[in-house]
Design a protein around this ligand. Structure first.
Ligand code: CP
Length: 307
């Protein structure tokens, strides 16, 4: 049974196929409105979410299916000590596909190894968030028309930001991609991402603390929130939370066609005044996420022989 835990579980050809499906869904939504008739998605969210859970649910409804939902660990039997493995076996009795978010790295893989239906990782701790990456990729495709020859700046919490790790992995597979990693010293990209992805594949990258200095080179600026929930003490969070705040003034040396992405939620790291800038793409990303989740669930359910 095929599950998607990491963005690298999908080949570049499969990502192209998902993008083609998403674009067709955008053009011809009625063609997909009955694809999952009678099928059920279970959303198991052991951590808070607005976009990911609701876009998975909207995606399944728009495919003609139904949703059963666990919107928090506190109201489930996880609070009584039930394991992720047992939960996955149980939910497989009720649903045709599972989307799961969990605060522990590796939890989605445990679920996939125990479920008898496909499991999609909707975020596991600071590790991966592959469907956010699919949303990011469709946004880049729609804005830039290519994945090659791009200089991508990641700014903010590059240590705990799982969306950053997933997008670095995904974009490292395309030629001509360079990364500019902009963060405070304490929130740099983890060494395993540098060693296992960037250095191993010989991808050019620079690390800096200077957002405005990096700005003129960037084709894409991917802003991130400092991940309060992953800090061990509040004092460090308070010291680092406003390290970068993107304002219209800081964009004055940016390329006119640079795209500003952010997985959201935003706290303080992008001024609301930037929302009016045509380069701001973060609300387009939200919508793109729904289309890519539709395309992904359709693909996995077809491969499983469920539809
Ligand atoms: N981008 C994202 O994962 O948002 P949520 O935490 O609201 O799902």
């Amino acid at each position: 049974m095929r599950s998607i835990i990491d963005i690298l579980d999908l080949s570049p050809a499969e990502i192209e196929e998902l993008i083609a499906t998403a674009m067709d869904i955008i053009e011809n939504p009625a063609k997909y409105a009955e694809v999952c008739r009678g099928k059920k998605l279970a959303t198991l969210f052991f951590e808070p979410s607005t976009r990911t859970r609701m876009s998975f649910e909207a995606a399944m409804y728009e495919l003609g299916g139904n949703v059963i939902s666990m919107a928090g660990a506190a109201t489930s039997s996880a609070s009584k000590g039930e394991s992720v493995a047992d939960t996955a076996k149980v939910i497989s009795c009720y649903a045709d596909i599972i989307a799961m978010r969990h605060p522990k790295e590796g939890a989605a893989l445990v679920a996939a190894n125990n479920a008898s239906v496909p499991v999609i990782n909707a975020g596991d701790g600071g590790h991966c968030h592959p469907t956010q990456t699919l949303a990011d990729l469709l946004t880049i495709y729609r804005e830039k028309g290519r994945f090659t020859d791009l200089t991508i700046g990641f700014c903010g919490d590059l240590k705990f930001g799982r969306t950053v790790h997933s997008l670095i992995n995904a974009m490292s597979r395309y030629p001509g991609v360079k990364f500019v990693l902009i963060s405070p010293e304490e929130l740099k990209v983890p060494s395993y991402v540098k060693k296992d992805v960037l250095q191993k594949k010989g991808i050019p990258y620079v690390q800096t603390t200077d957002l405005e200095g990096a700005m003129p080179d960037l084709d894409i600026l991917y802003m991130t929130r400092v991940q309060k929930e992953r800090f061990f003490n509040e004092e460090d969070y308070l010291r680092l939370k406003d390290s970068y705040i993107l304002t219209p003034d800081k964009l004055k040396n940016a390329k006119l066609d640079m795209n500003i992405l952010h997985p959201l939620p935003r706290v303080n790291e992008i001024s609301v005044k930037v929302d009016e800038d045509p380069r701001a793409c973060y609300f387009k990303q939200v919508l793109n996420g729904k289309y890519m989740r539709m395309a992904l669930m359709r693909k996995l359910l077809k491969e499983a022989g469920t539809i």
